[in-house]
Write a protein that binds this ligand. Structure first.
Ligand code: 9MR
Length: 383
């Protein structure tokens, strides 16, 4: 297998047109790809991909260089926003599947698998306005159950032949209090746990072969201890109720918490390991669904910053991937150009963040090496 330098040299020698082979294009082809490395250990590697407005952070699909990078490095994609209520359901009785269908068709054409995200985002902030204001009438429980069942059945059913794994419920826990979040829909249904259970049962019916995932952002940070405990409690309750949850999706947004806290502070490696042990001891599978590293609080110098990001990622992935139950690693984008983190609280120095394996010019960064290293080092999965 060629490394990047050999690829550039060989391409230049063969074609005698080195100027036409941009370093960025060559970087996109770094071999073995991250998916190849994952597959060699019985795991999958992929990335989020957005079909939002071209030129925006969530519009990476319009960029041919980015599509090339994703197709070259990934075995699967997850639509960043296109399967969410907010995008595919503009009102109670309208569905717009066009963006999701387009991403799915592109994935199929490139032999990429697809994850589904998400069938229910149990968070008032991300509940569409029309749903928050919806009048559930005189029998709110019946109307709420009907609306949720219809939604899950329609969306999971439509993609059941291609999506092998769905985030059925996303972020149901308020990490500050450890309690379950409520939305207009769960209030109508009469309880969050009932709402979550209903979503999973409907997903099992509509996509019987798919892996069904509860997805959340609990992390290894000390500040996440209450969140971790609440996730364990929720998973325990769902198991006790025979709710068909197959796995926990670990979002994996590591690094700064967004308040500028230095990224290396507060990580709890042993507590994190025990948390993952407790999840697997209950019989749940694991995935990393949205990996990236927020570099707020790290120095401006790019070499220093990239090295710190890579080290942090390596440490996190080593402990997490040491659990052979982790069957998938998804990054939340592959290039810094299309990271949601560029649109959240800025760094104090105002510089662009460097949270993903590839630069804005689609060049491989030290974080790419860290991910590759972790994939090479992790134990073999049963295939
Ligand atoms: O990256 C996504 C961004 O483009 C959207 O505006 C936002 C709201 O829909 O969601 C972002 O993705 C989130 C994911 O769906 C759930 N976990 C946290 C992700 C980053 O905020």
């Amino acid at each position: 297998m060629m490394d990047r330098r050999q690829f550039v040299a060989a391409a230049g020698a063969t074609l005698a047109l080195p100027s036409l082979i941009s370093a960025a294009a060559a970087d996109a082809q770094v071999v073995p790809s991250l998916d190849t490395l994952a597959k060699a250990r019985g795991m999958r590697f992929g990335s989020a991909l957005g079909l939002g407005k071209p030129g925006t952070l969530e519009g990476g699909f319009a960029d041919p260089a980015y599509r090339t990078l994703i197709a070259a490095q990934c075995g699967l994609i997850v639509p960043e926003n296109e399967m969410k209520w907010g995008v595919l359901r503009p009102s109670a009785d309208q569905f717009d599947f066009a963006p999701a269908d387009r991403l799915v068709a592109w994935a199929k054409a490139h032999n990429l698998g697809v994850r589904g995200h998400n069938l229910l985002w149990q968070h008032p902030r991300w509940t569409p306005e029309w749903l928050t204001a919806h009048d559930f009438g005189s029998q709110p429980r019946v109307a709420g159950e009907k609306m949720l069942t219809e939604h899950v059945t329609k969306v999971a059913g439509r993609f059941a032949d291609v999506v092998h794994s769905f985030d059925v419920v996303n972020e149901a826990i308020d990490e500050k209090t450890g309690t379950l979040r409520e939305t207009s829909l769960s209030r109508a249904i009469g309880g969050t746990i009932e709402t979550i259970a209903l979503a999973f049962h409907a997903a099992r019916q509509a996509a019987p072969r798919a892996q069904l995932v509860y997805n959340d952002y609990m992390s290894w940070a000390a500040s996440s201890a209450l969140h971790r405990a609440a996730v364990l409690k929720l998973l325990g309750e769902l198991k006790a109720r025979n709710v068909p949850v197959d796995a926990l999706g670990i979002q994996g947004h590591i690094g700064s918490n967004g308040a500028g806290v230095a990224t290396t502070l507060g990580r709890q490696t042993e507590e994190w390991r025990s948390f993952l042990d407790a999840v697997t001891a209950m019989g749940f599978g694991l995935l990393i669904t949205e990996f990236d590293v927020n570099d707020m609080g790290l120095p401006a110098d790019i070499a220093v910053r990239d090295q710190a990001v890579g080290e942090l990622a390596g440490a996190y992935l080593d402990v997490t991937l040491s659990h052979p139950q982790v069957d998938t690693l998804m990054c939340w984008g592959l290039s810094d150009r299309y990271s949601w983190l560029q649109g959240t609280s800025p760094r104090a120095d105002g510089l662009p963040k460097r949270p993903l394996p590839y630069s804005t010019a689609m060049r491989a960064k030290p974080l790419r090496d860290a991910v590759a290293g972790a994939l090479r080092a992790m134990p073999m999965r049963a295939v």
